[in-house]
Ligand binder design. Structure first.
Ligand SMILES: Nc1ncnc2c1ncn2[C@@H]1O[C@H](COP(=O)(O)OP(=O)(O)OP(=O)(O)O)[C@@H](O)[C@H]1O
Length: 252
């Protein structure tokens, strides 16, 4: 299978504090890859390097190495960041719909791009809401406020908003952390559907979740990639003693 993302020897710092050290991993297309590890080990930083939203943080910079997304070096000076972030969508821990209707949340990025044709928007909004398994629950109240939805529905709306942009890759930073177990289960089922179309990279503290839904797992510790492989191997027969200690709950 082709690799969607190639991370090679990446080191990263906030001001003078280096938080990623020589991280190398290839992320295959249309699979779910989970980043796990104790708090502060660099999972979110690594995730945010993939669409360069770390650039928005003052003092955040890549120290060395390279990241290729579908063959393109994303740290090239001439890279179009808006286009990169269209191709590499993002869903955050705390669902963050805009203070707009359900419909306008999904249509937002298209309107920003100047696409206002009603029939086109209707089709994309419906497809995105179907793609995030929300359509049946909201089709009769598309023009009501997004804030009237439950937390789990708001998170699926944020997923619809991300996929309306037709990305190739979806980055998810603890997307279920603020959800109850039932809403979490729905999002997990959705992830398995979404990977038919998208490459998904997910940061999670929930090891049961990583074991249930991901194809590959990367275990990080103190800014280093300790072990990376098929999730079943990482959880059932880890090679590194630190991975074993973490997945068995001895530390972390
Ligand atoms: N904006 C920032 N400015 C300075 N340091 C930061 C910033 N964001 C993160 N860090 C530091 O970088 C290191 C890695 O943080 P990061 O959030 O990537 O880890 P994480 O594994 O995702 O943690 P958690 O699981 O708690 O979210 C930590 O030492 C953290 O304090």
């Amino acid at each position: 299978m082709q690799n969607a993302i190639q991370i090679q020897n990446v080191s990263f710092a906030y001001h003078s504090k280096q938080v990623l050290h020589d991280v190398t991993l290839d992320i295959p297309e249309r699979e779910i890859t989970a980043f796990i590890g104790p708090s502060g080990c660099g999972k979110s930083t690594l995730l945010r390097c993939i669409n360069r939203i770390n650039d928005r943080i003052s003092g955040a910079h890549i120290v060395g190495g390279s990241i290729h997304v579908r063959g393109i070096d994303i740290n090239r000076p001439d890279i179009d960041l808006q286009e990169l972030r269209r191709q590499v969508g993002m869903v955050f821990q705390k669902y963050n719909p805009f203070a707009k209707s359900i419909y306008e949340n999904v249509a937002f990025s298209l309107r920003v791009a100047g696409r206002n044709k009603r029939s086109e928007l209707d089709e994309i909004v419906e497809n995105a809401l179907r793609g995030s398994a929300l359509w049946d629950e909201v089709k009769d109240r598309l023009h009501s406020s997004a804030f009237g939805l439950s937390g789990g529905q708001q998170q699926r709306l944020c997923i619809a908003r991300a996929i309306a942009n037709q990305p190739q890759i979806l980055l998810m930073d603890e997307p279920c952390a603020a959800l109850d177990p039932l809403a979490t289960l729905k999002v997990e089922e959705l992830l398995v559907e979404l990977k038919k179309k998208f490459t998904i990279v997910i940061v999670t503290h929930n090891m049961a979740q990583a074991a249930r839904c991901s194809d590959r797992t990367a275990f990080m510790y103190l800014g280093k990639l300790i072990e990376y492989g098929p999730s079943m191997q990482i959880f059932e027969s880890p090679k590194d003693p630190q991975t074993e200690a973490y997945v068995t709950g001895t530390f972390g």
